[in-house]
Structures are given as structure tokens and as C-alpha cells.
Design a protein around this ligand. Structure first.
Ligand code: NAP
Length: 436
């Protein structure tokens, strides 16, 4: 028998559990830990609430979770409730699938001003992550600046631009919907420090901006490279750039009909966030490309703005005693191996890149490596050992069955046009889990 502990119940964690199940069948026991009482990590609190079809992948994880050899161990914080070393004593392999839940710091003067957020905070707020549910952003000003040219920048822009009616069918939490419904923002500026050919936005996500009820994207035609240069791009990127070209060609008359403008500002590197207590503007330096890198031209300008969301990427949280690669924001590892018996997978292994599906081959690959390392398994105590430890510490473990009660309660309390109303406080989740 092999005993595996997976830390983190997001896509990387569940795909790893699925791979273990496929390889070893009945000869493995997997415990998936999560610090929250609810599973699915990024699917629940990262994927945009209006992208329900992407969230549907959690049904696949449910099949894994409901088998006898995989168990969800929720509401247990690895690092405080139980240490990595303790888990290593109990399980043959410990796999860190903790994702990248923190913002890469926005290293600019003024970044600490009120109403300047990182995307982990802002996305966590509208997705009801307990850590960020109380963010309470001020949307009473007219201009928001979004920093970054990736898909998260698109998510945040779209959420700020949508009407209340456009959230029908989404699971955006009520506190965010109420604040967004009263938003006065009518200009969202997306800053890219490089150009249209360097965006990290995928075509489907970018194309959505052309179909919003009250918002219209604007691209300065002068920022676009010559048409012929698109041929050098790989097909996905080329499609994204075609969207930008079509945005640049939107007739002014149509634009005038749309009260919210989404403006792409390329070759624009933020230099400072301006303001006294709350953000009042962003100072920007014009850039040009040199060998693919953005280089400042010395020309600066200011965009007055009352909200800034930096969507510049995420990083993994370091764990004391676990080697960490600071510059890449992930655990130091060689093909997922960190130390004997300790592994990482998904964003915790490779940094925050790729789609949800990228985690599947990653999960299968790490299980192959673990199989090479642990063979038939050892005589570690596994589950019963953890249960004894949890009992001795009085840990309030939330099981998958408990989660199903939380799930049911969230579905029951949903608004009329929403699949669920999430609990945003851990206490409320646990209360729902413990209902008879
Ligand atoms: P990302 O794709 O890495 O994009 C980060 C962006 O921030 C880049 O444009 C980068 O520009 C810019 N940036 C970084 N540091 C900056 C700085 N100091 N100043 C100005 N700009 C800076 O990251 P992400 O948007 O957070 O997305 C993370 C991953 O999740 C990606 O793989 C993404 O595709 C995925 N995701 C997918 C979906 C979806 O499929 N629907 C939705 C959300 C997220 P440079 O290129 O110049 O470095």
C-alpha cells in the first residue's frame, strides 16, 4: 500500500490524485488537504464567475473525490495545524499542489495606496475567497487602470465592464455584485508594457470584449505592427492580434453608443502610483521594444484613476524548510522533486502559466516519478496516523461529504439567476457542513 498526501485541492491536486488512482487502483490511499473547508481551489476562487463552463471541470474532480481511496481533508492548514515534516513521517510521498495564491508584488512607489489591489485580492473578492471577501473596493471614480496584458487582466476588465444583467447565470458573490452594480467606472485602461504582439491574452477571452452590453474596446491603430508581421506569430497569438485589429477598426459612431470604454494602452510601463491616501492616478512611461524587451523612452504621462488592479502574475507561498526559488515564485525543484519524499506539481512546480488542462499531464508525470521513488510503498502509517494526530490536536476536519452539505446549502441560497450563493466566511461554511 502507498500513502500519499496532496496539499491543495485545486486542479493540480485532483489531477495528481486521479493519476495515482489510475496507476495503483486499490493499492493507494490519497489524502487531499486544503486550508479551506471547500475544495477545488482555483476553480472556485480563481476562474471568473461568468465562466461557468470552465468551472464545470470540478465534476470530474468529484468523481475522483468520491472514490474510497481518495479523501478530502478540508479545514486543515499545512504549516500551522500540521507541519510538512509531520506529514512526511506519516505518508510515503507529500505533494505540494498549493498553486500560486499570492500576487507578485507591484514594485512601484505608491503601490501601498488605498484602492490599489493585486489580482489575487480583487479576483478573490468577486469570487468570495474568505481571505479577500472584505476587500470593499471603491468603485465611485470613473477610471480604472489594469496593469498587465494576460488573461487575468481580461477577467478583471470584463467584470468591471459588465452590467448587472450580464452576470445572470454566474456565481459572482452578492457583495461584489452589489458594489459593481453601483460602479461609476466608465473607462478601463489596460496597460501593456510591451506591444500587441507580446500580449499573453488568449483569443477566446479577448474576443469576449467585443460582445459586452455597454462596453466597447479601443485599440490605437498606430500601436499595431504591419499586417504582414502577424505571419510570424504562432496561430493562437495571431488570432488574438486579429481581435486587436478588429477592435481598432470599430467605427467611432458605434463606440459613442457604448457608455463604457475599454482602452488598450500599449508600450506603457507604470512608473508610480500617485495619490495621498487613495490612488488618484498612474504615472506611465512610454516604452519601445529592444530585442523583445520594453525599454523606457523617457516620455511620461499621467492617467488620472481611482482604482488600480495589478494583474502581473502570481506566486506560490513559501513554506518554512521547503527550498524556494524566489525569482520564479515557486518551489525549487527538479522535475517536481524537491527533497526525498517531497514533491510539487502544477503552479507550485512550474509557476503560474498554462491552462487548467496543463495540470493533468503534470499530475500524471509527478505520479510516475513518485512511483519510481517509492516502489511498493513503505510501512508509513498513512490515514490512521493522520487521524490520530488530528484528534490529539482537536482539528475540525471537513470531509468531502461535509463539503457536499456546504455545496447543497450554497445552491439552496442562490439568487434566482445564479447557480449558487457562496459562503464567504469559514465559520458559515463549517456551520453548513455540520448541519444535521
Ligand atoms: P500572465 O499571463 O503571465 O500575464 C502577466 C502580464 O503582466 C504580462 O502581460 C506581463 O507583461 C505583465 N507584467 C508582469 N510584470 C509587470 C510589471 N512589473 N509591469 C507591467 N506589466 C507587467 O499572468 P496572468 O494574467 O496572471 O495569468 C496567469 C495564468 O492563468 C496564465 O497562464 C493565464 O493564461 C491563465 N488564465 C487563463 C484564463 C482563461 O483561460 N480563461 C483566465 C485567467 C488566467 P510581460 O509579458 O511584458 O512580462
Amino acid at each position: 500500500m502507498r500513502h500519499l498526501a496532496i496539499i491543495g485541492s485545486g486542479p493540480a491536486g485532483y489531477y495528481t490524485a486521479e493519476a495515482a488512482q489510475k496507476l495503483w487502483g486499490e493499492d493507494v490511499r490519497v489524502d487531499i488537504f486544503d486550508r479551506l473547508p471547500v475544495p477545488f481551489g482555483l476553480i472556485r476562487t480563481g476562474v471568473a464567475p461568468d465562466h461557468q463552463s470552465i468551472k464545470g471541470v470540478s465534476r470530474r474532480y468529484e468523481n475522483v473525490a468520491l472514490s474510497d481511496n481518495v479523501r478530502f481533508v478540508g479545514n486543515v492548514s499545512v504549516g500551522s495545524d500540521v507541519s510538512i515534516a509531520e506529514l512526511q513521517g506519516l505518508y510515503d510521498a507529500v505533494v505540494l499542489a498549493t498553486g500560486a495564491p499570492h500576487d507578485r508584488p507591484l514594485d512601484l512607489p505608491g503601490a501601498e495606496l488605498a484602492n490599489v489591489f493585486g489580482s489575487a485580492q480583487f479576483v478573490g473578492w468577486y469570487n468570495g475567497h474568505p481571505q479577500f471577501a472584505g476587500l470593499d473596493p471603491d468603485l465611485s471614480g470613473r477610471t480604472a487602470v489594469i496593469i498587465g496584458n494576460g488573461n487575468v487582466a481580461l477577467d478583471v476588465t470584463r467584470i468591471l465592464a459588465k452590467t448587472r444583467a450580464e452576470f445572470a447565470g454566474s456565481d459572482i458573490v452578492a457583495h461584489a455584485l452589489d458594489i459593481l452594480a453601483g460602479s461609476k467606472i466608465d473607462r478601463v485602461v489596460i496597460l501593456g508594457r510591451r506591444g500587441p504582439h507580446q500580449i499573453a491574452m488568449t483569443p477566446k477571452e479577448l474576443g469576449e470584449l467585443a460582445h459586452l452590453a455597454r462596453a466597447c474596446p479601443r485599440v490605437n491603430p498606430g500601436d499595431l505592427p504591419e499586417d504582414g508581421e502577424d505571419a510570424l506569430l504562432e496561430p493562437g497569438q495571431r488570432k488574438s492580434v486579429q481581435h486587436l485589429r478588429s477592435f481598432a477598426a470599430i467605427p467611432e459612431a458605434h463606440r459613442q453608443e457604448q457608455p463604457v470604454e475599454i482602452e488598450f494602452d500599449f508600450f506603457a510601463a507604470p512608473k508610480a502610483i500617485l495619490g495621498t491616501s487613495q490612488v488618484e492616478g498612474v504615472e506611465i512611461e512610454r516604452t519601445r521594444l529592444e530585442g523583445g524587451r520594453a525599454v523606457g523612452t523617457g516620455e511620461t504621462y499621467v492617467i488620472p484613476a481611482s482604482l488600480v488592479v495589478a494583474c502581473i502574475g502570481y506566486q506560490t507561498s513559501p513554506i518554512p524548510g521547503v527550498p524556494f526559488e524566489e525569482s520564479a515564485g515557486r518551489f525549487a525543484n527538479h522535475e517536481g522533486r524537491i527533497l526525498p519524499g517531497l514533491y510539487c506539481v502544477g503552479w507550485a512546480r512550474r509557476g503560474p502559466s498554462g491552462t487548467i488542462g496543463t495540470n493533468r499531464p503534470d499530475g500524471f508525470a509527478i505520479i510516475e516519478r513518485i512511483a519510481e521513488d517509492i516502489g511498493e510503498g513503505t510501512s508509513k502509517p498513512g490515514r490512521p496516523g493522520f487521524d490520530a494526530l488530528a484528534q490529539s490536536r482537536g482539528l475540525d476536519v471537513v470531509t468531502f461529504r461535509d463539503w457536499q452539505k456546504i455545496d447543497e446549502a450554497e445552491i439552496q441560497r442562490a439568487r434566482q439567476d445564479s447557480p449558487r450563493e457562496k459562503f464567504v466566511r469559514v465559520d458559515d461554511m463549517i456551520e453548513a457542513a455540520k448541519r444535521p
